[in-house]
Design a binder for this molecule. Structure first.
Ligand SMILES: Cc1ncc(C[n+]2csc(CCOP(=O)(O)OP(=O)(O)O)c2C)c(N)n1
Ligand SMILES: [Mg+2]
Length: 562
């Protein structure tokens, strides 16, 4: 190998990175050259994907991981590129996306004899006292590679840390002269991530006994379906003990049409009367000010990260907390519940019938909304029409903000085909569309986002980058004409205030926002405007035809401003 940069390209391929989401600078020249050399010689290398903004690059990596399960890497420019990944870093952290974020670092040497030395004025302002400072709150680990011969060990370590539960981003800084150093004499071996944890056996027995003995058990989950195989086990457990499943839908964790599916909101009545709550892979099991289980309810937790150390005031007391991968723990819990079946079966069956009976009415209400033309029901009606129009293998990336509950009521996808960012830094879904489309070639990828969120996604960068990468996707923009999520609290906190009196919320309203279809066209894509649910099917058909032809499509759904 010619230099450390060539070794880096080989290492990325060896770690299983298929696509390297890239935004370059003067510091990344050795990596660009190494990629070119690898392409020319057909030696192992990831396909580089030029992203016109770093936020798009990191969002693409999150989306790729969601579909492929593979470790991810992005390459950005020094401190400035690092800062531009912005809120996507927060999303990668909270979504537990294993991404190695690599950034250049201004060269140290001014000696012309040193390859890669400082040769331009910009290399002084690029140097910061602590380039990694911006990353420290979010990345699991940060490191600079001091010499070319150390690169292998440090990059291997970065991938190991990123993939160790609870997974998340790792940050590596790459000074330019280091990249042009000779490589190490031998290749450093891969450092496998530890296998995900299994539950403590005594704790599992205790948890199973508490769940089995409960009269009014409830299950709350956010991401149990991150391993799609866990869903079947969760369905059997809920059906056995008669627990409604409050599914916060960061993944598809439970089938929408199952009689025990309580949605995100429909389940709050059950929570308020629960005597036992199993909180399963969720960062926020409930909002105490809105709905909470009664005092004295047994709280049971299974999570790969039960203590949530990165959330300083996370404080949901659990009677039994098990650190475990739910894909491993749920089949074990099922077996442990079996021990109680003879004694409890009749009570479980009665509970199951009772909960299903109550939820039948809730589900009926959702169906009425889907068929309604009342202004408040139009998001439901459009989303139900969208779901009917999508092919079975479509992947949905949900970033619908105030219409997220409507997605949870109307979008019926298989486990492994529905994702949200799991975190509130908006603008993820457009970049994620690129990564998802690359990871699942041939499957239609559909981002569903708010009109504010569309612009946070830097659409010019995302759609153009998608076209360049051959990763076209469809975006459905829920165009209610503003940031409704940012209007709602003004009216709630100040019901008699000046904003409500004026009937205006200028910091949130943008009925005249940039035309999203025109933006799609400017990037080489296409789109259409829809204002009635019965227009959705034709728009989806046209949009998916555009996507099959390799161009991004946007459907601008005109909704009333709530
Ligand atoms: C990067 C980022 N900036 C700002 C916010 C604060 N914020 C939360 S929701 C929201 C409004 C989103 O608007 P839109 O996508 O149109 O959805 P709507 O509220 O209208 O349903 C804003 C600005 C955020 N979450 N993330
Ligand atoms: Mg909006």
């Amino acid at each position: 190998m010619k230099d450390a940069a060539a070794e880096l390209v080989w290492l990325l391929a060896d770690e299983g990175v298929q696509h390297l989401f890239f935004n370059p600078g003067t510091d990344t020249a050795p990596i660009q050259e190494a990629l070119a050399a690898a392409r020319a010689s057909s030696s192992p290398h990831p396909t580089s994907v030029l992203c016109l903004h770093e936020h798009v690059a990191l969002s693409a990596a999150i989306g790729h991981h969601a579909l492929s399960g593979r470790p991810q890497a992005i390459q950005v420019h020094v401190d400035a590129g690092t800062l531009n990944v912005g809120g996507a870093l927060h999303n990668a952290q909270r979504n537990h996306s294993p991404v190695v974020v690599m950034a250049g670092r201004s060269p140290y040497s001014t000696d012309p004899a040193v390859p890669g030395h400082r040769d331009s004025a910009i290399m002084w302002p690029q140097e910061q006292p602590d380039q990694a400072a911006a990353m420290r709150a979010y990345a699991r680990w940060v490191m600079e590679v001091p010499r070319g011969r150390e690169l292998g060990r440090i990059v291997r370590r970065a991938f190991q840390v990123a993939q160790t539960e609870p997974r998340g981003p790792a940050y590596v800084m790459l000074p330019r002269e280091m990249l042009m150093d000779p490589p190490a004499a031998t290749r450093f071996p891969r450092l496998p991530a530890p296998r995900p944890p299994a539950p403590d056996p005594a704790g599992l027995t205790e948890l199973a006994a508490a769940l089995a003995g409960a009269a009014r058990p409830v299950i709350v989950t956010g991401t149990a379906g991150r391993t799609p195989g866990a869903v079947a086990s969760l369905v059997r457990i809920a059906s056995l003990v008669g627990a409604p499943v409050i599914d916060q839908r960061d993944r598809c964790n439970f089938p929408l049409r199952h009689p025990l599916y309580a949605g995100g909101l429909g389940g709050s009545a059950f929570l308020g009367e629960a005597d036992c709550v199993l909180i399963l892979d969720t960062d926020v099991p409930w909002v105490p000010a809105v709905s909470a289980p009664p005092d004295g309810a047994a709280i049971l937790q299974i999570d790969v990260d039960p203590a949530k150390v990165t959330m300083p005031t996370w404080a949901f007391p659990a009677d039994v907390a098990l650190e475990a991968d739910s894909a491993t723990a749920l089949p074990m819990l099922e077996a442990a519940l079996g021990e109680h079946a003879a004694e409890r079966r009749a009570a479980w069956e009665r509970r199951c019938e009772d909960v299903a009976g109550r939820l039948r009415e809730v589900h009926e209400g959702w169906r009425r909304r889907a068929a309604s033309e009342a202004p408040g029901d139009l998001p439901d009606a459009h989303l139900a029409a969208l779901d009917r129009a999508l092919p079975a293998d479509a992947v949905v990336l949900e970033e619908a903000v105030t219409n997220r509950p409507a997605c949870g009521r109307q979008i019926d996808r298989e486990p492994g085909a529905f994702f949200s960012s799991g975190a509130p830094s908006l603008g993820w879904s457009l970049g994620a569309g690129i990564g998802a489309a690359l990871a699942a070639p041939g499957r239609p990828v559909v981002a569903v986002c708010g009109d504010g969120t569309f612009h946070f996604g830097i659409p010019t960068a995302a759609l153009w980058s998608a076209h360049r990468a051959g990763a076209a996707f469809l975006t459905v923009v829920l165009g209610n004409g503003g940031y409704y999520a940012s209007k709602r609290p003004v009216a709630a906190l100040y019901p008699d205030g000046a904003s409500v009196a004026a009937g205006r919320f200028p910091e949130t309203e943008f009925p005249d926002a940039p035309d999203v279809v025109a933006i799609a066209r400017a990037c080489g894509g296409d789109g259409s405007v829809v204002s009635r649910p019965d227009e959705i099917a034709a728009a989806v058909e046209r949009g998916l035809a555009t996507v099959r032809a390799g161009r991004c499509a946007v459907i601008d759904v005109k909704l009333p401003w709530p």
